[in-house]
Design a protein around this ligand. Structure first.
Ligand code: GLU
Length: 291
């Protein structure tokens, strides 16, 4: 492992909390093994159904370092993955019985609505438009939007600097909408953030935009090629766990588990094993939004 090469402080506009990004050449890849509960649940609940089935389908990203990235062994790793494993364990389902399904930004609502997944844990911002279609437990983390630029670029430091310029982002994501509608950028759409990296390197776009913690994962992998345009973020992106819109009992139960993870250190350990290898300021579980 290379030693730390950069140390940055980033103010999350949302929480005004300092987020220190300590970028190293490797990181974000280990896992924890939450103890599997011998749980029993009320008849007719989703918890009972999943516990009986002894399997759960969880949608996550497969190409986002630190949160959800599929390794060579075919298994995804990251903070979102750890949250999924911890919830499955509380349902009495061991990690090797989880069926991981790749979800990209655009198909998360439809995959939940169609029952192709039981949950989505995929850097998934809670917002009212999405709540028309799905429900959210959480938030379990709060990110904020930022810009990724080429390492040698000093012309872009804030979102206003990309007005009228080509910026790559992902279809169906909140950052794509914000950078176009609020800051007047010309969005070059891609299906995943990874697909934005070559256009940035080739200067077909001037920046890639999404959540700071996603971009931090790409900088960590290629510190000589890319950097964050600024340590400041310019939106609040509270991450929720997506599930069927009307399943209030399951949503409340997941919220209870998240609060439990903050108390028993599951949350802290999940962070330290994954995103915490690169993002050195450990988060607190945000206040759960029980709507
Ligand atoms: N958190 C934002 C969203 O849910 C951006 C990251 C993503 O596309 O997954 O749209």
């Amino acid at each position: 492992m290379k030693s730390l090469i950069t140390r940055r402080k980033s103010l999350l506009v949302a929480a005004s909390a300092a987020l220190a990004l300590s970028l190293s050449a490797c990181g974000g890849g280990s896992t924890t093994t939450p103890p599997v509960a011998s749980a029993s649940f009320e008849a007719g609940t989703t918890m009972e159904k999943l516990n009986k089935a002894q399997t759960i389908k969880i949608g996550t990203k497969f190409d986002q370092p630190l949160f959800g990235q599929k390794g060579l062994d075919g298994k995804p790793v990251g903070f979102d993955v750890e949250m999924g494993k911890a919830i499955a364990a509380k349902l009495g389902i061991p990690a090797d019985k989880i069926e991981w399904v790749e979800t990209v930004s655009q198909n998360r609502e439809s995959f939940i609505e169609q029952g192709r997944v039981d949950l989505v844990i995929a850097t998934y911002t809670i917002n009212d438009a999405r709540k028309e279609k799905v429900a959210f437990a959480g938030p379990y983390y709060e990110a904020g939007q930022a810009l990724l630029v080429n390492k040698d670029d000093t012309s872009i430091t804030k979102p206003e600097d990309v007005s009228g310029k080509k910026v790559c982002s992902v279809t169906g994501s909140t950052p794509a909408k914000t950078i176009a509608e609020k800051y007047g950028a010309e969005v070059v759409p891609a299906a995943t953030y990874t697909a934005c990296l070559e256009p940035l390197r080739n200067k077909q776009v001037v920046a890639v935009t999404t959540d700071n913690v996603i971009l931090a994962g790409y900088v960590d992998k290629e510190p000589d090629a890319f950097k964050l345009a600024s340590d400041e973020t310019f939106t609040k992106e509270p991450y929720g766990i997506g599930l069927k819109k009307d399943d209030t009992v399951f949503r409340n139960w997941i919220n209870d588990q998240l609060e439990g993870f903050a108390k028993d250190d599951t949350y802290k350990k999940a962070w330290e094993a994954t995103a915490g290898k690169v993002i050195k300021t450990a988060p607190e579980l945000p206040a759960i939004n029980r709507y």
